[in-house]
Design a protein around this ligand. Structure first.
Ligand SMILES: [Cu+2]
Length: 471
């Protein structure tokens, strides 16, 4: 009863398993013990599709986008081993983990030095499609491929779908010889980011996956790229709907070019065509010409399904009380370096690099930049919140670029946009377009400092980052 983590026949199940994107092309299993997995970050030489020479990749367990499947509310242990030449940690993006498990060096834990380990333990409270990655020198780490998928299964989903595929979107800034272009460029960081030309899904260029004719299909689509914001479309599928945003169930809405910013996820459902040999093309329709990313082909025995079931059980998240909520205003703005930084760093004997700071600044939140200045090592929090209280934050984008804004440790309700029809939905990352005002609501969670930043990593690393202090 072997299957891999990317493509899952939902008629079978195992306690926990992990496998790589490569398994899609050459199926091979790596099962982990149910109680714990080991995630080793290391350097691997691998030739990316279409290149003539190997690239120096940083990967977890030597795989591009490995998939880890665990279950909601069940204890999970991951032993992280750092075999990189620099310190690291694992951030579990979108998972409402205890503060000490959030994986932000210098904020929630000490950095894990080369050769050292750190054990993460939590029971994920929410089901959904999540991912994990480091939170320091992220532009290079993600650029070299250091990310994995975390699927938290929901026992309530049993039998709702006939098949699911995990699709991990990522571009690479590799040259033909396998070497990489700079991951952070001034021109990119100051604008929409530096794009990679080699576009892959699960580490492959235009991979083909199969589904049975007439099957109820669930696609877990993740954008782990640092920069690109594709507009998703499924050519050849009748009425595909988004059934979960950032892993959280929503009232299904038409996919229709939904923009998936960096770190955002969309679970998409549809009924496969009833004939064998039909093709469905997953494409990015952002440009003038649609860009095919992956292909689904119908094969095998026909199933007869109805659309009635294309909906997930409702999300069970802390409901903010909008009547008593405190209002927060967040302005996404350009910024410039604080001239006191160098002097402060010198005085404290700290190199900015050492504490995940960069000296280049193009962006700010409420005119506060990261790196910022304080008597302590960190800038003051953007806001101080009370655990258990409700908040409504209005995010205003005063820049000419889009920003996917991510809040750690919380799942917020996106209430609406000043500029467009945006279905209310739960998210941990919300794309704010230029001149747009987006309102989000949430209940402040566990006490601690929770990062809040743009997930275009070059923006994050050049000022557009802050934290909220919950006490
Ligand atoms: Cu941004």
């Amino acid at each position: 009863m072997d299957y891999d983590g990317m493509t899952k026949s939902l008629l079978t199940r195992r306690e926990a398993l992990m496998t790589g994107a490569a398994a899609l092309l050459a199926p091979r299993l790596v099962l982990a013990a149910p109680e714990a997995v080991t995630l080793t970050a290391g350097v691997v030489a691998k030739t990316l599709p279409g290149n003539v020479g190997p690239s120096t990749l940083w990967l977890y367990n030597e795989k591009i986008a490995p998939v880890l499947r665990i279950r909601r509310n069940e204890a999970f242990t991951a032993v992280f081993r750092n075999e990189l030449a620099e310190h690291s940690a694992i951030h579990w993006h979108g998972v409402r983990v205890p503060h000490a498990m959030d994986g932000v060096p210098f904020i929630t834990q000490d950095p894990v030095q080369p050769g050292e380990s750190f054990t993460y333990q939590f029971a994920p409270p929410d089901p959904g499609t999540f991912f994990f990655h480091p939170h320091c020198n992220t532009v290079e780490a993600l650029g070299r491929g250091l990310a994995g998928v975390l699927v938290v299964e929901d026992p309530r989903d049993q039998g709702l779908f006939d098949i699911e595929h995990v699709l991990v979107l990522k571009d690479w800034r590799s040259r033909h010889d396998g070497s990489f272009e700079d991951f952070l460029t001034d021109a990119g960081a100051a604008r929409a980011g530096s794009f990679g030309d080699l576009r892959t899904v699960n580490g492959a260029v235009l991979p083909t996956l199969t589904v049975q004719p007439g099957a109820r299909v669930r696609l877990r689509i993740l954008n782990v790229d640092s920069t690109r914001i594709p507009m998703l479309s499924l050519r050849g599928a009748a009425k595909p709907v988004v059934i979960a945003t950032d892993g959280n169930a929503c009232d299904p809405f038409a996919l229709n070019g939904w923009r998936l910013g960096p770190a955002m996820r969309a679970d998409v459902a549809f009924i496969a065509p009833s004939k064998a040999g039909a093709e469905i093309i997953i494409e990015d329709v952002f440009g003038t010409k649609p860009r095919p990313l992956a292909k689904l082909v119908t094969a095998g025995q026909e199933l007869r399904s109805t659309r009635a079931s294309l909906r997930l059980p409702a999300a069970e998240l802390p409901q903010p009380d909008l009547k008593t909520a405190t209002r927060l205003d967040v302005q996404l703005l350009s910024g410039s370096a604080d001239p006191k930084l160098e002097a402060w760093a010198k005085e404290n004997g700290v190199s900015p690099d050492e504490i995940c700071l960069t000296q280049k600044v193009f962006w700010s939140l409420n005119r506060q930049v990261w790196p910022g200045m304080a008597h302590d090592r960190l800038p003051p929090p953007l806001f101080e919140l009370k655990s258990g209280r409700s908040y409504v934050a209005e995010l205003f984008n005063g820049t000419p670029h889009q920003h996917p804004m991510h809040l750690h440790g919380h799942t917020f309700r996106v209430l609406g946009s000043s500029e467009r029809d945006l279905p209310p939905h739960w998210a941990d990352t919300v794309l704010v377009r230029p001149k747009e005002r987006i309102r989000i609501a949430f209940v402040a969670g566990e006490p601690g400092d929770w990062m809040f930043h743009c997930h275009i990593i070059e923006h994050q690393e050049t000022g557009m980052m802050a934290y909220l202090r919950v006490s």
